[in-house]
Design a protein around this ligand. Structure first.
Ligand SMILES: CSCCC(=O)C(=O)COP(=O)(O)O
Ligand SMILES: [Mg+2]
Length: 250
């Protein structure tokens, strides 16, 4: 296991498998979106936001694949067809940007009604506080939309954690396994890439971040996919944020 230098100006955190359990995302958030997508689309079908999302969803390459799975595709585009497509994307966990935007709008209703509360591991609020006390900035980079990120941290089981966060990035900045995305993030943060520490559960994301010059550490939270010996020797692997409570500015 390599050991990462304990200095950074910005800590960039992934959500699912890093700050938050995979189970919360897959067993609570995704089912909530699948259950409520039809009503959401019917209620808002004529709104500009929904019209834009529907238009963008039709441009997604997987839309044609989905229609091929239907024995009798509808002649006209309607809320039922888009509902089916959204559920198809969620089942395949495809991180398609307009679907992620739509999920965020649906979850907003769940958080507002109190049916949803964002899961965060117990070491997360303490780490956020310690890093901010040490003068570091904290940013989020997730495939979930920026709106969804703000909801999960703003309505978390540990209270409003948004007060700790100063930057949010989603797939509008690029996909998480692409080097260019991390270069874009460093540019946007106005920080040299090597001053950013990225925390994630996915080795492909850590590799992309590292190729852009960021530091990267892997999380092995309960329920995360097991890491190979090669991955464990390539990256520092930690079970939670506690080993990082003492991060300092360079
Ligand atoms: C922003 S909360 C929901 C997380 C989500 O939708 C998702 O796809 C998780 O992606 P991540 O990049 O955080 O692993
Ligand atoms: Mg993740």
């Amino acid at each position: 296991m390599t050991t990462t230098e304990r200095v950074a100006k910005v800590v960039l955190v992934d959500i699912e498998g890093t700050t938050t359990s995979i189970s919360f995302v897959h067993d609570v958030l995704f089912p909530y979106a699948k259950e409520n997508v039809n009503k959401f689309l019917r209620d808002s079908w004529k709104s500009d936001d929904t019209k834009q999302i529907v238009q963008d969803l039709q441009q997604v390459p997987q839309f044609a694949d989905y229609k091929d799975t239907l024995s009798a595709p509808p002649a006209e585009l309607d809320a039922e067809l888009i509902t089916g497509f959204v559920r198809y994307l969620i089942d395949k966990d495809l991180k398609v940007t307009p679907m992620k935007t739509l999920q965020g709008l649906i979850w907003a209703q769940g958080y507002a009604s109190g049916k949803l509360k964002g899961h965060v591991y117990e070491d997360v609020p303490a780490a956020f506080q310690a890093w901010r006390d040490a003068g570091l900035r904290i940013g989020v980079y997730s495939s979930g939309s920026v709106a969804a990120q703000k909801l999960i941290f703003g309505h978390s089981i540990a209270g409003d954690l948004m007060t700790h966060l100063s930057a949010y990035f989603d797939t509008h900045v690029g996909h998480k396994q692409e080097q260019q995305s991390y270069e874009n993030i460093a540019k946007s943060l106005e920080v040299a890439p090597e001053q950013i520490l990225f925390l994630t559960d996915i080795p492909g994301e850590a590799a992309a971040a590292r190729s852009a010059g960021l530091k990267a550490i892997l999380l092995q939270r309960p329920g995360n996919a097991p890491l190979t010996d090669s991955q464990k020797s390539t990256y520092e692997v930690i079970p939670d944020f506690k080993p990082l409570y003492n991060l300092q500015l360079p």
